[in-house]
Design a protein around this ligand. Sequence first.
Ligand code: SP5
Ligand code: ZN
Length: 371
Amino acid sequence: MKVVYSSTCLVHNPEYETLSGKRVPYLESPQRYEVIKEALSDSEDSFGFVEASEDLEIGEHLLSVHNPEYVEYVKNAYDAWVEDGGDEAGVVPDTFPHPKLINFKNGDIDVTKLKPIAKAGLYCFDLSTPITADTYKAAIAAVQVTLTACSILTTESKASSSEGPVGVFALTRPPGHHAATSLSGGYCYFNNVAIAARFLQSQAQSPSSVNAESKPKIAILDIDYHHGNGTQDIFYADPSVYYVSLHAVPDYPYYTGTASETGFGPGKGYTLNLPLPTYTTGDEEYLAALRHAVHKINEFGAEYVVVSLGVDTYQHDPICKFGLTTAGYRRVGGAIARAGAGVGTVFVMEGGYFIADLGANVRAVLEGYQT
Ligand code: SP5
Ligand code: ZN
């Protein structure tokens, strides 16, 4: 399996975040990236490493998901913030446009004239997603990694139709599934998997996998511990992208991910949330839900499967409350190999914060997929 990475993903390195009112060292660290890369280099299975090109033009693909004003904001926010006297550690909001506070639906507030601190709350929903001097560069590199992995996937899928399913791993950071069209949060700035889905739609071609609106069908399987609110939101009214998420309740991001959220308008029925309880979800409970998710994806009939790969479902994860084991992750990979009845899969890295076993857990999923 090819593993796509970029050294530029390492440059995003915030000092701290605020969790439960406490200032703590930033959990989504560059070290996460290094230990995953190292574990895959040590694997008996052959992982072939490919460094993504920094010159890859991604503008069009970024804008297939994100609003242009938002992209400009992420690019320039740090400089504007520092110039306005903000802390050099990075842009972090202190006030949000809560529904009961909002006064600009009637158009009397010009968003472009908001102070940097006000824009911070407009474009970000938590205290864990600061924009530092290097954030934009790393977030762009993550998109470059994702798109490079998708190109490899489409090329390999077309070449090897008889050799079974093709998998590619996009080693991304910062992660993406909490980011929406013009919103960051949960360590996420640009939604890597959403950009992957749109890119794969532009490349796919099998007529049997084309839906009523004649867009190729893509399934997104989100196995991060947290609900991918951003991904769900981006495709909520879109029947060509089936979003399926397994995640913990009750837990962050708290306000999304119920089973009753099933899509909107033409997208009704194309979002599937499988919330699982904190503390009592271990390997067996998780795999039962995952098999159901895979079955639903097979019924949908996608041309490609995009996996939001989080291993924060691990038993020792510092911010999560599931009990998966490293052996369980092998079975998770095996179950995913059955999704889409053998079509190509791109795995895109999301969460996972227990550094000591993070690499082994990611490796277990990918090896489980291959065997
Ligand atoms: C990509 C991803 O996994 N993002 C997750 C972001 C979670 N941020 C907030 C988590 C709140 C955890 N609260 C538990 C406090 C432990 N003392
Ligand atoms: Zn997560």
